[in-house]
Write a protein that binds this ligand. Structure first.
Ligand SMILES: *Cc1c(COP(=O)(O)O)cnc(C)c1O
Length: 370
């Protein structure tokens, strides 16, 4: 019997995929015998090597979350001064820069895929600029070649926030291979998750011991502490769920693709609704489905309210821009990033997860279309 009460009909914005309980129980069984629960045990090591293979990256260091991974990699490069980044991102990107005592300098985004606009970077470079932190927003690769050229010309580090880009390839290369380093988030809401978790991938293997110091108090041995590090360790239970989830990642992405393609079929060609094109040379991960209301007969906020009234949860992701956060009041001017401001006022990300029913996608789209 189908219950028709409202809670039954609620469609969340996202819903984490879980392995079968039995599969997870089998994976964690050893932990009851060996009692090695954290501090880089067997599960941690196994997940690290499996991720090197899956992401096709040269080096990886796991962390307790994506945010600390980002703070840690900024610390590893001993950066000082100004960092060019974008405000069209999750709070973490900007906060990590600020928390490392660096100054964010906001560059605008492009209107195609909302990643940093490389043609506007050069004007922001000063003698204090030390790095660029671009974001592969919604899993769409940034304009990597242009960013690379600028970073070489001006000797700037490039650290990608690839939190949305798990499993993405660009021109056949794992997205975590570009720049000096990239960070991934394995938060419960991401395409691949360890409940909470994250990683840094990087080119230069000499970063490994520094990242290890930062994530484990700088402890080198029972009587040797070499660095004032913090605690960023991923524990064995997180690693175990990661091992399970990684077994199913291809079907996770494939099922998200089916949902996304249904949205495209329903919404493509509607005047005033802008969808994001997948780059020809990218392998996408279908992490989000953003739409931008640009000249539509209803505003973003009206559609948001209407969907909400029908029990459909969406997010104004990314609104507000990080350069307009209350905690940065008076420090930045959103008029300097007009495209980001324009998009933030018009964007809505629709529900997207592996087991979202296509009939629900149709219902969501028919409400949007009235
Ligand atoms: C999720 C996310 C992060 C932070 O990751 P956590 O694992 O939640 O700490 C950083 N940047 C972006 C763009 C994100 O979406």
């Amino acid at each position: 019997m189908k219950r028709m009460d409202r809670t039954d009909n609620i469609i969340p914005m996202m819903r984490p995929s879980m392995p079968d309980l039995k599969e997870y129980m089998d994976e964690i069984k050893d932990l009851w015998d060996n009692r090695w629960l954290t501090n880089m045990g067997a599960k941690h090591k196994a997940l690290e090597s499996q991720l090197i293979d899956y992401l096709e990256v040269p080096n990886i260091t796991l962390f307790n979350n994506g945010h600390f991974a980002l703070e840690s990699v900024l610390e590893t490069f001993a950066l000082n001064g100004e960092v060019i980044t974008t405000p069209f991102t999750f709070a973490s990107t900007t906060h990590a820069i600020v928390r490392r005592h660096l100054k964010p300098v906001f560059c605008d985004i492009n209107f195609d895929d909302y990643t940093i606009d490389p043609s506007k970077i050069e004007a922001l470079i000063t003698d204090k600029t030390c790095a660029i932190v671009p974001v592969h927003v919604y899993g769409h690769p940034c304009q990597i070649e242009a960013i690379e050229r600028l970073s070489e010309m001006h000797r700037l580090k490039v650290i990608y926030d690839a939190a949305h880009a798990f499993g993405v390839h660009y021109k056949g290369v794992g997205i975590g291979c570009f720049g000096d380093a990239s960070i991934f988030s394995f938060h419960a809401t991401k395409v691949f998750h360890t409940i909470e978790g994250g990683a840094v991938t990087y080119r230069d293997e000499e970063l490994a011991p520094i990242l290890d110091d930062i994530k484990n108090f700088g402890i080198k041995g029972p009587e040797a502490v070499a660095y004032p590090g913090g605690n960023g360790k991923m524990n064995e239970f997180q690693a175990a769920i990661g091992i399970c989830n990684l077994r199913h990642i291809e079907s996770e992405i494939a099922r998200r693709k089916i949902v996304s393609e249904r949205y495209v079929a329903q919404l493509e060609g509607i005047v005033g609704i802008k969808l994001t094109q997948i780059k020809k040379d990218a392998r996408h991960n279908y992490s989000y489905f953003p739409i931008v209301f640009d000249g539509y007969n209803k505003s973003r906020d009206e559609v948001f309210e209407e969907l909400n009234k029908n029990g459909i949860m969406t997010r104004k992701y990314f609104y507000p821009l990080t350069n307009s956060f209350a905690c940065y009041k008076g420090e930045f001017n959103t008029d300097e990033t007009p495209v980001a401001k324009y998009v933030a006022d018009r964007v809505l990300t629709l529900p997207l997860y592996a087991d979202l029913a296509l009939s629900d996608v149709d219902r969501i789209c028919s409400i949007i279309k009235n």
